[in-house]
Write a protein that binds this ligand. Structure first.
Ligand code: S3P
Length: 429
């Protein structure tokens, strides 16, 4: 499936779907389940390349993990039960696996080496290596510790108070995981709040964690309880079909059981600001995570400004927000989003280039882009840049473009949403 062809059409998107489990929560369920004292069950787990990277990493650290359909059984060995991996741990394409494990492995009594694919090898790791080193970690890597492979020699750590320069749930989580082992108190202060699944899951599994404004504190911990974790459907995956429904006249799509933590629903705020008809119904909670069903109907969209606190709340959905902007009246500006340049690829350059090939009017800024909506795109041969969210965003744009859009290297969708292309066909019958 390296090349995917999408046929543009006016066929509406109609029906009901439940996207696969949340990627962030799935990663965390494996890591915290491995550190718990005893057997945890994870239901509706996301089976994808990224989460399997974490599963294989935890197996390499001596944990037994059984995967049966979307149920995962983890035999946790406690906080001090991990063992030295025999080989280099391959984190594949997954930044979350790499950064969270860098925190965890910094505090062990053995040495581990983390590596990944060429995209991950290009991503910055100093953002975790820096604060972990302040805690006493010993981490070596290419470019003076900034790039993979990283060699992590476990050390006795001490708690720190650390102000994050940029909102990042991965960096925050790496420090909190190290903080479980560090002497004294560890405090992380965020410039803007980022997704808090680590904090919610730690608390659900009985770990004392204090949140006060933008500060999160954790202390050295003796025990994590095992538990049953039900993974909500991933709002980042839902976002593609929310936008598909909004930009295709006559559409109505119900997306069920979606995780709607307020730190993840920035894309709903953005699309509602653009005039999108989106309702969240049937709100409830599973294992301290809010979930709900999202009902979307096609709408006349208009341009908007996307910046500030909205950015971390919608960071992974900005590529698909740019697609929505192509079908909105007037200009949409994305600012304060420089982080997009260090994701799986440079997502500002990737979206500006690929949407440009489809005939969109996009202007690139160092920290974002501006899009002049035209409501008309024309099919072209596009690249995924090896990035799952670019592939899926261009695919949704392609469903509304005139003629045919080819997406090269489309197999990368399996990083987060292996069944993605099938759902397009199912909803457009
Ligand atoms: C994630 C945090 C975000 C996000 C990534 C998943 C997580 O990255 O982009 O897809 O699970 O913690 P940053 O922490 O780099 O912002």
């Amino acid at each position: 499936m390296s090349k995917k062809i999408i046929k543009g059409s006016s066929t509406p998107f109609r029906g009901e779907i439940t996207p696969p489990g949340d990627k962030s929560i799935s990663h965390r369920s494996l890591i915290l389940g491995s550190l718990a004292n005893g057997h945890s069950v994870v239901k509706d787990f996301l089976i994808s390349d990224d989460t399997l990277s974490t599963a294989n990493a935890m197996r390499a650290l001596g944990i037994t993990i059984g995967i049966n359909g979307t149920q995962v059984d983890i035999t946790g060995k406690g906080l001090y039960g991990l063992s030295e991996p025999e080989k280099v741990i391959d984190c594949g394409n997954s930044g979350t696996t790499t950064r969270l494990l860098t925190g965890l492995l910094s505090a062990q009594t053995f040495t581990s080496i983390l590596d990944g694919d060429k995209y991950l090898q290009a991503r910055p790791m100093r953002r975790v290596v820096g604060p972990l080193s302040l805690m006493g970690a010993q981490i070596e890597g290419k470019e003076d510790g900034n790039k993979l492979p990283l060699t992590i020699t476990g050390k006795k750590l001490k708690g720190i108070r650390y102000e994050l320069p940029v909102a990042s749930a991965q960096v925050k989580s790496a420090i909190l995981l190290a903080g479980l082992y560090a002497d004294g108190e560890t405090e992380v202060i965020e410039p803007e709040p980022s997704r808090d699944h680590t904090e919610r899951m730690l608390s659900y599994l009985g770990v004392a964690i204090q949140k006060n404004g933008n500060s999160i504190k954790i202390n050295k911990t003796q025990e994590i309880n095992p538990g049953e974790i039900i993974v909500p459907a991933d709002i980042s995956s839902a976002a593609f079909f929310i936008v598909a429904a909004l930009i295709t006249p006559g559409s109505e799509v119900l997306i069920k059981n979606v995780g709607i933590s307020p730190l993840r629903t920035g894309i709903i705020d953005i699309l509602q600001n653009m005039g999108g008809d989106i309702e969240i119904i049937n709100q409830r909670e599973v294992n301290k995570e809010p979930i709900g069903d999202i009902l979307t109907r096609s709408s006349d969209l208009h341009g908007t400004e996307i910046s500030g606190e909205l950015i971390p709340k919608a960071i992974d959905e900005l590529p698909i927000a740019a697609v929505a902007a192509c079908f909105a009246e007037g200009e949409t500006r994305i600012r304060d989003a420089k982080e997009l340049r260090v994701k799986e690829t440079d997502r500002i350059k990737a979206m500006a280039t690929e949407l440009g090939k489809l005939g969109a009017r996009v202007l690139e800024f160092e920290d974002g882009m501006s899009i002049h909506g035209s409501r008309s795109l024309t099919g072209a041969v596009c690249s995924s840049w090896g990035d799952h969210r670019i592939a899926m965003s261009i695919a949704i744009a392609g469903t509304r473009a005139k003629g045919e859009t080819q997406i090269l290297d489309a197999e990368c969708v399996s990083v987060s949403y292996p069944g993605f292309f099938k759902i397009i066909d199912e909803l457009r019958q």
